[in-house]
Design a protein around this ligand. Structure first.
Ligand code: NAD
Ligand code: DAU
Length: 352
């Protein structure tokens, strides 16, 4: 049996592929365009592992997707591939529309054609798992209840609007064509292989380099943080036992302000890698706010907990410690990402 993973060289996708193959022998075909966010070095431990087949390509390449589905006959597609960074979507929304909207549309059409060609048993077992985000629900007031699965959509950034559009396509392909879909809406992830354009890895690498730690606006925006391995275990549960056509919110009940996050990272670095120049918090710098910045996200995860018995394994304290330690132990990964060397890593590692 095989699954097709899209975006499996990115932050969450690579964690998912590694976790998946650590837990079972079901093969993974990994389709990833290797944009700036894709890093095959994340998957270096799978080199020579016949269970992992990497294919460089765009989800919007219909002929390529059709040929992969025909050749490998996956029993499921787990769709991570996306442009994922809100700040980049503000500067250049075009790529977000191409991948997140048009790319998802093409993938859905290819999945529908493939699914339609299966026999009844394979058709019933097939799943299209769409990895979405809590950002599609928009921003919460400080005292508002956390997002449930029935919260109205209010996307506020080009990124979240593009993810919302893809969610609607997934829903429609189920409702109209019967494609057996599942959608998960996860809160902010953190952990190994997180590209240092996002808050937590950016703070770690800047602090270690003695650079300013930029906090947007007043730094009191709230996010709900989940260790990436817990997101991966939630996807596995939903894929295995989630009800077709349903959506599941995934979160760690860990609401924190950005200021709290940055101070927590600084305190861990003070403990694990003290700086002769003094506490890392001295580097915190308030900078101009993100345009349209959502004030608060919070996930109500009772549906996935109640129906599927899923629970996060990490608390914020254990997860953030593991994360900071991982970055301290992987200075070569960070250096390669910062220099851009990771983009040549495949050639260096595997030759031409
Ligand atoms: P990422 O930016 O780290 O990785 C995205 C991956 O997709 C990269 O490997 C990239 O090369 C690949 N990709 C981009 N465009 C592609 C295309 N057209 N065809 C094939 N591959 C392409 O993103 P991430 O943080 O790992 O997020 C993965 C998914 O999870 C996204 O759909 C995102 O919306 C969702 N999500 C992320 C978070 C989070 O906190 N990071 C939280 C909830 C949901
Ligand atoms: O909520 C899930 C989403 O989380 C995912 O769908 C996105 O793909 C993922 O990128 C993430 O989006 P955010 O915008 O919340 O993540 P980011 O790390 O960019 O920012 C987290 C918070 O920190 C946010 O309030 C903005 C703030 N921030 C971010 C950066 C990069 C700063 O204050 N300074 C910074 O330099």
């Amino acid at each position: 049996m095989t699954i097709l993973v899209t975006g499996g060289a990115g932050f969450i996708g690579s964690n998912f592929v590694l976790d998946w193959l650590a837990g079972c022998d079901e093969a993974v075909v990994n389709l990833d365009a290797l944009t700036y966010a894709g890093n095959l070095r994340n998957l270096a431990s799978l080199q020579g592992d016949a269970r992992h087949r990497f294919v460089q390509g765009h989800i919007g390449d219909r002929a390529l997707v059709d040929s992969l589905l025909a050749r490998h006959q996956p029993r499921a597609i787990v769709h991570f591939a996306a442009e994922s960074h809100v700040d980049r979507s503000i500067h250049g929304p075009g790529e977000f529309m191409k991948t997140n909207v048009e790319g998802s549309f093409t993938l859905l059409e290819a999945a529908r054609a493939h699914w339609g060609s299966l026999d009844d048993a394979a058709k019933a077992a097939f799943r299209f798992h769409h990895v979405s985000t809590d950002e599609v629900y928009g921003s919460l007031a400080a005292d508002a209840p956390a997002f449930t699965e029935t919260h109205p959509y209010h996307p506020n950034s080009p990124y979240s609007a593009s993810k919302a559009a893809s969610d609607h396509l997934v829903r429609a392909w189920h409702h109209t064509y019967g494609l057996p879909v599942l959608t998960t809406h996860c809160s902010n992830n953190y952990g190994p292989f997180h590209f240092p354009e996002k808050l937590i890895p950016l703070i770690i690498v800047n602090a270690l380099a003695g650079k300013p730690l930029p906090l947007y606006g007043d730094g009191l925006q709230v996010r709900d943080w989940l260790f990436v391995a817990d997101h991966c275990s939630a996807i596995r549960e939903v894929l295995a036992r989630g009800r077709v056509g349903e959506t599941y919110n995934v979160g760690g009940w860990n609401e924190k302000t950005n200021k709290e996050i940055v101070h927590a990272v600084c305190a861990l670095l003070d403990e694990l890698r003290p700086s002769a120049a003094g506490p890392y918090a001295r580097l915190i710098t308030h900078v101009k706010d993100r345009p349209g910045h959502d004030r608060r996200y919070a996930i109500d995860a009772r549906k996935i907990e109640g129906e599927l018995g899923w629970r996060p394994a990490e608390t914020f304290d254990t997860g953030i410690r593991k994360t900071v330690q991982w970055y301290l132990e992987h200075a070569d990964w960070v250096a390669d990402v910062q220099s851009g060397g990771y983009r040549e890593w495949v050639n260096r590692q595997y030759g031409a």
